[in-house]
Design a protein around this ligand. Structure first.
Ligand code: CP
Length: 353
């Protein structure tokens, strides 16, 4: 296991990391998970170190797993309420922390602690696709300490790590596993693309047979699709895009049905700045729900995944998400949520040590 190259690095997208490095992170996560289960102390790993967490959007899992993780590693996580936002893509919005620019906030925090974690997507950047990712990269440019992406408008890399760790635990590996990332209906049209984009990047990096399913109008970032096609060629799996949820589910080992924003929702040139058109697309596809009938199309031992929070009764029925045990297909959403803790501790221990 080669870990020297981890120290001091940012964690913004899995595309910045090699497959071997991701495998090391998963190994470390499993080791920390074992120690946590046994009650073995590991609070020497980041003793006396500080993580600054800047949340422009709310969170249950991300905030609590980072805070708990830092406590378990012997350090401390500060929860910061940033106020306004700076990004060059948003004229007139020139501050990142009440009255201060990214360049100042990043340099100040670099003198006081050991990493900066940021969550930002959607409304805080007025649905200018990519602006939140740009802001996080701007933090990384100015900071002398690692910058961690807690979900931007392009990527949610820690969620994707938890997702693939869960698949590894359930199937013992990735080869021959059919992984379906599907759009699903929600009454809310305000969902970022970060989870599906990072999930398909991670699944293709691990060499799974990946199917992306969505109705027309919900296409993901073409650069992400291109990266997944390259991953599939390089790592030996496959990648295809279909417009039929039932076709995608047939024989799947992993199904991950989740809502994300329609293309017209974004500001030009990506979209049309039209929540009205986005709403029409959502209402035309209400039958994209994960129910027992669709789960019965999947492999008999299939797992249902969701990053949470989910819209019960819309994205998924209670019967599916609450079937966490018993014979046949099952839901693993709470294992998946728990794994956020272990993968984040692994990355923090590796880059902040
Ligand atoms: N999955 C996830 O990121 O959950 P939170 O929005 O609660 O952090």
């Amino acid at each position: 296991m080669k870990t020297e190259s981890f120290h001091g690095r940012d964690f913004i997208t899995l595309l910045d990391w090699s497959r071997e490095e991701i495998e090391t992170i998963l190994d470390v996560a499993l080791d920390l998970k074992r120690r946590f289960a046994l009650g073995e102390p590991h609070d020497h790993l980041l003793r006396g170190k500080t993580l600054f967490m800047i949340f422009y959007n709310m969170s249950l899992r991300t905030r609590n797993s980072f805070e708990a993780g830092m406590t378990q590693l012997g350090g401390h996580a500060h929860f910061l309420e940033p106020g306004k936002i700076y990004t060059p893509a948003l004229p007139g919005k020139e501050v990142a922390y009440t009255t201060e620019r990214v360049s100042d906030v990043a340099r100040v925090l670099s003198r006081m602690g050991h990493a900066i974690a940021i969550r930002c997507y959607g409304d805080p950047v007025d649905w200018v696709y990519g602006a939140a990712n740009e802001m996080i990269r701007n933090f990384a440019y100015w900071a002398d300490i690692p910058v961690l992406n807690m979900e931007c408008d392009k990527y949610h890399p820690f969620q994707a790590l938890a997702d693939i760790l869960t698949v590894k635990e359930k199937f013992g590996g990735f080869s021959g596993v059919k992984f379906v990332m599907s759009w699903a209906y929600s009454p809310s049209i305000h969902k970022p693309r970060a989870v599906p984009q990072s999930a398909i990047i991670a699944a293709t990096m691990m060499g799974m047979d990946v199917v992306l399913a969505h109705p027309k109008g919900f296409e993901l970032d073409p650069e992400v699709i291109k990266a997944c096609e390259e991953n599939a060629r390089r790592y030996g799996g496959s990648f295809e895009v279909v417009n039929d949820m039932e076709e995608a589910f047939r024989g799947a080992h992993v199904v991950y049905p989740k809502s994300w924003a329609a293309v017209p929702m974004f500001k030009p040139p990506v979209g049309e700045d039209s929540p009205e058109k986005a709403r029409e697309l959502f209402e035309a596809n209400k039958d994209w729900i994960c129910d027992v009938e669709k789960m019965n199309l999947a492999h008999p031992e299939a797992i249902y995944m969701h990053c949470l929070p989910c819209d019960r009764g819309f994205e998924v029925t209670d019967e599916v998400i609450d079937k966490t045990e018993g014979p046949g297909w099952r839901s693993v959403v709470f294992d998946e949520a728990e794994n956020r803790l272990h993968v984040q501790k692994a990355v923090m221990a590796l880059v902040m040590r």
